[in-house]
Design a protein around this ligand. Sequence first.
Ligand SMILES: Nc1nc2c(ncn2[C@@H]2O[C@H](COP(=O)(O)OP(=O)(O)OP(=O)(O)O)[C@@H](O)[C@H]2O)c(=O)[nH]1
Ligand SMILES: [Mg+2]
Length: 309
Amino acid sequence: MGVADLTAAARAGDRRAVARLLTAVENHSDEAPAIAAALAEGRAPASATVVGVTGSPGVGKSTLVSALIGAWREAGLRVAVLAVDPSSPFSGGAILGDRVRMADHALDDGVYIRSVATRGHLGGLTATTGAAVRLLEGLGFDVVLVETVGVGQAEVEIAGLADTTLLLLAPGMGDGIQAVKAGVVEIADVYVVNKADRPGADSVVRDLRAMMSLVKREPGEWREPICKTVAQDGEGVDELVAAIAKHRDWLSGADRLAAKRRERAAAEIRATVDAELRRRFAVSEELAADVAEGRTDVASAARGVLERS
Ligand SMILES: Nc1nc2c(ncn2[C@@H]2O[C@H](COP(=O)(O)OP(=O)(O)OP(=O)(O)O)[C@@H](O)[C@H]2O)c(=O)[nH]1
Ligand SMILES: [Mg+2]
């Protein structure tokens, strides 16, 4: 199947076609430019809502993602999920182990779920996932969810890829304080206190409020709402969907969304350029030894690398 046929099939809901296109894009295959050109036809840019879902292991990200899928499917939207370096294995859109709830959607044409390994890809997480998000958007998915686990650099990078980032916390995990320490709170557009059925949820909400009250804001700036959810039984999910829509509306004003998308594209290009440069201008072990052992200085060594290539 050629690129045009593949994109047509993928837009019509053929998940194998979606998978083939994603693989081509992730691997920066020779077909990637033709795919981008095919996608550019027939769909407005930034037509999907890209939602990042992040938080510590076990806070309920996958369970919540599944509940969100359900809500958006009810509204007739097509939803794609990218699970970045998932801690539990996903395969072929069917989820193993305890991810039974996401498997509820495994037979639904309007849902596409895929795990993404970012290691070993040219340009790493930013370039690979960014390209995948744009592809899914171009294929007509109305919502693209990106789930990432852990607290740290990966999360910050993912927030750069999403229009709206949800930071999940749960009672009993010391999460609020940890999040503040790690600086992760800066990436959140919407806070979600999940497992609200457990004791301590209100105190997590209070901690967040107290923390937010310390942040100075300009008029018109976004104020992150705090949503309480019980992901397992869908409690609070409608309110969360509304909060995401509200953030999307806010972004759509004053060129914010377009600016965000441009920043994202620039970051992807930079990541890819970096990777390519590292590949082309490799540093030999000999040269490293020369610097380490004082036979030459770093600036001369660097100049040598650039000139030799
Ligand atoms: N009590 C309660 N348990 C929940 C809730 N949401 C999720 N869980 C449970 O928490 C556990 C972890 O949920 P997951 O959705 O796998 O969490 P996750 O954040 O995706 O985990 P990783 O992908 O491994 O980081 C599961 O046993 C869920 O059933 C909730 O709202 N209340
Ligand atoms: Mg998960």
